[in-house]
Design a binder for this molecule. Structure first.
Ligand SMILES: [Zn+2]
Length: 87
């Protein structure tokens, strides 16, 4: 069974091979079927397929924040609820 790695935006990862600039650490900027990574040493930005990144990943240096649930916005909330019909 393939292990699905739970990447998060803001994660800092260490890869097995260094970037030509000498940097090993990358910050995750974008998630999807391709994952956007920025080299922490030279700032170079690359897109890698998730499977490629999973193979190259050595370890997480730092985890990004937990993704927040964004499905409960319509329920209670601090947003001003202006009643239109005010009898
Ligand atoms: Zn680099």
């Amino acid at each position: 069974m393939p292990t699905i790695i739970d990447f998060r935006v803001g994660d800092i990862v260490r890869l097995r091979k260094p970037h030509p600039c000498g940097g090993y650490e990358w910050t995750i900027h974008r998630l999807g079927s391709d994952i956007g990574l920025q080299c922490r040493t030279c700032g170079h930005y690359v897109m890698l397929p998730r499977t490629t990144l999973e193979r190259r990943l050595k370890k997480f240096v730092e985890r990004g924040p937990e993704p927040e649930e964004q499905t409960e916005l319509s329920e209670t909330g601090g947003t001003t609820h202006t009643p239109m019909a005010n009898c």
